[in-house]
Design a protein around this ligand. Structure first.
Ligand code: PEP
Ligand code: MN
Length: 450
């Protein structure tokens, strides 16, 4: 392969020994090393060129010429890596994106928390139930969710399984998005197996009819643009397990640059963004577009330092700052950070994650989020950017295509005492299909007023 434009090699990568938070304690290092060697020999899941195109698109979001929509599971699971589940999630993101594109006349960059979102950071490494202590669930790539000591033992074979599951998911997504399924003439069909009785579903149907009419008109005029028959869809996950991400990092022989070929877009989480830590160093090393979560305790100074570290060349689209302040704090904490970074001239994409600052425990004991808080944080985000004259570049949400009952509220409100009906998440509560679509209509409105 050497000399081919797609040759990748690993030989020159030396990773410094930096403190790394949130890493699993693998019980058998020899078994881990065997798996990592196997991972290093696997083909890439994504190409460097695709990552560069995404950076380019994100650059448009930094300038306000596009909007990023990132959505998907908090934690993907092997059990839910089925055609039906992947299609439902894809449909949800595509429907949301049609709403945003049509209502706000803005290109939408579609990104899934998918095909790699198998690792979870935890606030507490130990989970206690009825006096029994076990290691916390760290994502399907590390251990299993069942509360038994056998299931919670980290198993490196799961890393391989995560790689193969990601490849299978990405293959299906590529087929769906390139093979005619994402043709704009399908906008009605995406709504078919969805509650038409729901307000958001009906609103969507109306919008889909308008798009149909517009397409028929264009067709009658002789126009049938290729762009309407397929969509670009990118895969993103948190770069949490350094073992996994490093094993899938390759030197692109065309340019000598490093790419993490486990996904197009990687982000550093709120718990691993320490400036001297291994995750930030890893993210600064790869050429993929990257993100960093920014929570309410972040200081403007440390965020700016992170920005200069992750985007020293000031490439538009290279870095997204994914702010997750909480509905009650966003108006107080976000302005100083935005001002500091904008004053530096570094062109970041400002993205709102309205999920992670709004989690609470319901009286039933379920971890949940209120739809109203989610909307309130996005509103606060848009308001801060409007006041500062800066650009709200996108949203990043946890959602699923199914009718789960994990977040409370929305027009056909899930109530706190109804959370148990279909509470299926392996980690954080996700918006269901209807709540996601409703969010898209509300954000479309905010985009028009920004
Ligand atoms: C997540 O995105 O699932 C997550 C853990 O977020 P954060 O790092 O912002 O808490
Ligand atoms: Mn989450």
């Amino acid at each position: 392969m050497s000399g081919s434009p797609y040759a990748w090699h690993m030989s020159t990568i030396a990773w410094p020994d930096l403190p790394a938070a949130q890493q699993p304690v693998w019980p058998d290092d020899a078994a881990l090393q065997v798996v990592l060697a196997e991972l290093r020999a696997q083909p890439p899941l994504v190409f460097a060129g695709e990552c560069d195109i995404l950076t380019d698109h994100l650059g448009k979001a930094a300038r306000g010429e596009a909007f990023v929509l990132t959505g998907g599971d908090c934690a993907e699971t092997f059990a839910a890596n089925t055609a039906d589940s992947i299609r439902a999630r894809l449909q949800t993101v595509l429907q949301m994106s049609v709403v945003l594109t049509y209502a706000a006349s803005l290109p939408v960059i579609k990104v899934g928390r998918v095909a790699g979102q198998y690792f979870k950071p935890r606030s507490n490494p130990i989970e206690v139930r009825d006096g029994v202590e076990l290691p916390s669930y760290l994502g399907d790539a590390v251990n299993a969710l069942d509360f038994t000591s056998e299931s919670r033992r980290p198993d490196p074979q799961r890393l391989l399984k995560a790689y193969h599951a990601s490849g299978a998911a990405l293959n299906l997504i590529r087929a769906f998005t390139q093979g005619g399924y994402a043709d704009l003439r399908q906008v009605h069909a995406w709504n078919q197996d969805f509650v038409r009785e729901s307000t958001a579903g009906q609103l969507y149907d109306k919008l889909a009819s308008e798009i149909d009419r517009a397409l028929s008109f264009m067709h009658a005029c002789g126009a049938n643009p290729e762009e309407f028959t397929r969509v670009e869809f990118y895969a993103a996950h948190e770069a949490l397990s350094l073992d996994y991400e490093r094993a899938l990092t390759r030197v692109d022989s065309r340019t000598g640059n490093l790419y993490d070929v486990s996904g197009h877009f990687l982000w550093v989480g709120e718990r691993t963004r320490q400036l001297g830590g291994a995750h930030m160093h890893f993210a600064s090393t790869i050429r993929n577009p990257v993100g960093m979560k920014v929570g309410p305790t972040a200081s403007p100074e440390e965020v700016l330092e992170a920005v200069e570290m992750l985007n020293p060349d000031r490439v538009p689209g290279r870095l997204s700052l994914i702010t997750r302040m909480g509905a009650g704090k966003v108006r107080d904490t976000l302005p100083a950070i935005v001002q500091k970074v904008e004053a530096s001239g570094n062109p970041v994409v400002w993205v709102c994650d309205p999920m992670h600052g709004n989690t609470f425990e319901a009286s039933s004991g379920h971890k949940t989020r209120s739809f109203d808080d989610v909307i309130a944080e996005v509103e606060g985000f848009f308001e801060v950017h409007r006041q500062l004259g800066t650009i709200p570049g996108g949203i990043h949400v946890e959602l699923t295509g199914d009718d789960v009952t994990e977040c409370v509220g929305g027009t056909h409100g899930v109530a706190e005492d109804g959370l148990g009906v279909r509470y299926e998440t392996a980690c954080d509560p996700r918006l269901n299909r209807e709540q996601s679509l409703e969010l898209a209509f509300l954000v479309a409105d905010m985009l028009l007023r920004r």
